[in-house]
Write a protein that binds this ligand. Structure first.
Ligand code: PNS
Length: 160
């Protein structure tokens, strides 16, 4: 049986934390669907097409990884692609409550859908897409935190 996992998120932009989690997830599944949310609460910096392209550049070279977009309920989309579990990253205790609620709600919506939490390397625990956006917005160096292509895309966004 092919084990399919889904890794959903905003990926605005993808960071080295996301890349790490994608690589780790491949040990648990045969196929990983990286699902980029179209409708996220805040206005994204990158369009959904740009986020998909950045993810494909950073980790799309592995044939087990497929980068797609999704709209609507994650639980429905996950079932549609026959995923048996959702992968999410837990960086700190502060992530826990939101992630716990989401995991339970997703399982309520589709009882066979479980969520697997993974932790990043300790030196990336502070990292988030929103911090990366802020550092880039004010001209800081984001190269330790993102793939070079993402750093270039951020520089283009914020070039004055
Ligand atoms: O990277 P993020 O922003 O933390 O990802 C959050 C995301 C996109 C995974 C979450 O908001 C989501 O699943 N949105 C789709 C709508 C949905 O299913 N909402 C109910 C979740 S219980």
């Amino acid at each position: 049986m092919t084990r399919i996992a889904i890794y959903p998120g905003s990926f605005d932009p993808p960071t080295k934390g996301h890349e790490d989690l994608i690589r780790r997830s491949l040990a648990l599944c045969d196929r990983l669907v990286v699902a980029v949310a179209i409708n996220i609460a805040k206005e994204p910096l990158f369009t959904v097409e740009e986020r998909v392209a950045l993810l494909e550049t950073t980790c799309g070279d592995d044939p087990r990884i497929q980068v797609v977009t999704f709209d609507g309920l994650l639980a429905d989309f996950a079932k549609g692609v026959q995923a048996t579990f959702i992968v999410r990253g837990l960086r700190a205790v502060s992530d826990f409550e939101y992630e716990f609620q989401m995991a339970l709600m997703n399982r309520q919506l589709h009882p066979s859908l479980d969520t697997v939490f993974m932790v990043p390397p300790v030196d990336l625990t502070f990292l988030s897409s929103s911090l990366v956006r802020e550092v880039a917005r004010f001209g800081g160096d984001v190269t330790p935190f993102v793939h070079p292509e993402v750093a270039r895309a951020l520089a283009r966004k914020f070039s004055r």
